[in-house]
Design a protein around this ligand. Sequence first.
Ligand SMILES: NC(=O)c1ccc[n+]([C@@H]2O[C@H](COP(=O)([O-])OP(=O)(O)OC[C@H]3O[C@@H](n4cnc5c(N)ncnc54)[C@H](OP(=O)(O)O)[C@@H]3O)[C@@H](O)[C@H]2O)c1
Length: 331
Amino acid sequence: MSETNRQWRLAKRPKGMVKESDFELHEAPVPKPGAGEFLVRNRFLAFEPAMRGWMEDRDNYIPPVALGDVMRGATVGEVVESNLEGYAPGDLVSGMAGWQEWAIADGPLRKLEPGTDPTLALSVLGITGITAYFGLLDVGALKPDDVVVVSGAAGATGSVAGQIAKIKGCRVVGIAGGPEKCGWLTQDAHFDAAIDYKSENIGARLSELCPDGVDVFFDNVGGTALDAVLERLALRGRIVLCGSISRYNAEEPPPGPRFYSRLTMQRGRMEGFVVIDYLGRAAEAIAELAQWVDAGRVRWKVDVQKGFENAPSTLLRLYTGANFGKQLLEI
Ligand SMILES: NC(=O)c1ccc[n+]([C@@H]2O[C@H](COP(=O)([O-])OP(=O)(O)OC[C@H]3O[C@@H](n4cnc5c(N)ncnc54)[C@H](OP(=O)(O)O)[C@@H]3O)[C@@H](O)[C@H]2O)c1
């Protein structure tokens, strides 16, 4: 067993684009589990675009990470030593054990079924899939025959949302960056069409592809994509505000959407949501997603970087689009 517990701690509140130097590598002793606790060796870290917001000292849906604290993050790890009934060495557990090699837990880490693929548990059968499922079906109130547009479509959440819409009988257009991601959307992930926002005009392409307007927009990006869809919103269209990654690293909030008055004309609805409000119903989503994954109806991708020392640079990949699939790191 390694003598030290390497940890990435938050060193600075980011200004503009998050930087590797906003984190600092710290070495602490490997902790000993007390009564009712167990020791976990983390194996995988999962990265969320929302981490940029957790690093800021501002009002959010969860408290900010304190300066000097271990960076918050979802993990899968293996129990190494246990003083808690129900958890034995070798068990795989998942939860928010943070950017560190070792962690002490007293129960909030969820035990995974033996043989679970950790990368599946941290992507389509984890927070990512649950977000796509409830965001689209519950907040988006999806109906068969809806015309659905997804931004960040080749990403972890967007790709699952778009494929669920296809399973439900909708026509689905994805917006993503670059020919490789757009090709994957139409050839592998069953999307009807893809718009490469890096080389095409989103608005012009949406007018061609969705001549009667957009019924549901699952938005992960905000900015010009949101504006282009607002301008083309169908009657009683719904916009699901899942995320707005184009704004996360902006020093000042950019001006708001230009075409929001279309919501009035089209009796539309734009609604934000946070997946934690749906965790009580997670089993419902996971059961259905698992069937679709087994049947090959939902394709999923993970992007697994390696080496604990690379945690900060792995986070940065999300904001440049370097990741293709759920961004993970194998420690
Ligand atoms: N509401 C919730 O509860 C909840 C839960 C989970 C995730 N989310 C949100 O869901 C979204 C996707 O998260 P994810 O974990 O699935 O990540 P992801 O989509 O796998 O990765 C992020 C992707 O965003 C795109 N991107 C980055 N910067 C961009 C920019 N300036 N303009 C346009 N696109 C940009 C990149 O794809 P391209 O190469 O295509 O640009 C990148 O690959 C995020 O907005 C996240 O905050 C929300």
